[in-house]
Design a protein around this ligand. Structure first.
Ligand code: KIV
Length: 280
């Protein structure tokens, strides 16, 4: 998918799938899949580095992970997240972060929030770097929100989100992420905008969906309730590690190459029953 496909997909109602990736290995699997678009999200601060929030992500960290992902993903759009506070230090520092992400391989950047960012968003767009907006539950504002709570539940905040979405479109954003808002509000915003709206925890009516890859693969912590687990990844990985551990400790792995290498008696001594049971 190229950036221009984003507009073309909205009209015929062709849904867009976006997935996060932070490292070469999983990005290569995303590249092999049919998923449309890859986001190097600042959630990598939590998923890859064990921080409690996304606030720990820095421009250099984002650039490092973006470069790893871009090495794997050649034929899909790679979007890099503008990390915490990088839109708040003025145009020069913001553009330095944009440059780091673009040089690392991001073809577009995602910006959380709107108020106070208007001028910088316009500048990024007129510098020919496409911008994806992100409103609703913007995790960089977790301290203001007092936790990870659904946004836009009361009429005033719903109207604020509608006008923010419209303004981001007017500023020239090529798409919008809408996170954790009521599904009917997400539907309303999706219908109002010409640019595609990618939802996360925002119900089924948006133009596309994004998930954190480690959440949907069941690899990371306890995911938010809206996440669908497509794989029981933790169980499968821990099971594989335990199988490896058993085989090493019972001298079953590695297997002997030749019959007469002097180890055969030792192997006979291994009680293979538990190992065979593990294999099912
Ligand atoms: O950082 C991230 O992973 C994100 C998505 C969840 C939208 O912003």
């Amino acid at each position: 998918m190229k950036i221009t496909d984003f507009y073309n997909y909205k009209k015929p109602g062709r849904k867009i799938s976006m997935i996060t990736a932070y490292d070469y290995t999983l990005a290569a699997l995303a590249a092999e899949s049919a998923v449309d678009c890859v986001l190097v999200g600042d959630s990598l601060a939590m998923v890859m580095h064990g921080h409690g929030s996304t606030l720990a992500a820095t421009a250099d960290l984002m650039a490092l992970h973006t470069a790893a992902v871009a090495r794997a993903v050649k034929d899909k759009l790679v979007v890099g997240d503008m990390p915490f506070l990088t839109m708040r230090k003025g145009l020069g520092p913001a553009m330095e972060t944009v440059e780091k992400l673009a040089r690392a391989g991001a073809q577009a950047v995602k910006v959380e929030g709107l108020e106070g960012h208007e001028e910088i968003i316009s500048h990024i767009i007129t510098s020919d770097i496409p911008v994806m907006g992100h409103i609703g539950l913007t995790p960089q504002s977790v301290n203001k929100f007092g936790g990870y709570r659904t946004q836009g539940k009361d009429p005033a905040s719903a109207e604020r989100l509608v006008s923010q979405a419209q303004e981001l479109e007017q500023l020239g954003c090529f798409s919008l992420v809408l996170e954790c808002v009521p599904e009917r509000l997400a539907e309303r915003i999706t219908n109002l905008l010409k640019i595609p709206v990618i939802g996360i925890g925002a119900g089924p009516f948006t133009d596309g969906q994004v998930l954190v890859m480690q959440d949907m693969l069941g690899l990371y912590g306890e995911p938010p309730s809206f996440v669908k687990k497509y794989l029981d990844g933790r169980r499968l990985v821990v099971e594989a590690l335990n199988n490896f551990d058993v085989e090493v400790k019972r001298a079953v792995f590695p297997e002997m190459k030749g019959k007469n290498n002097g180890n055969s008696e030792r192997h006979k001594e291994v009680d293979e029953a538990p190992y065979l049971a593990l294999r099912g």
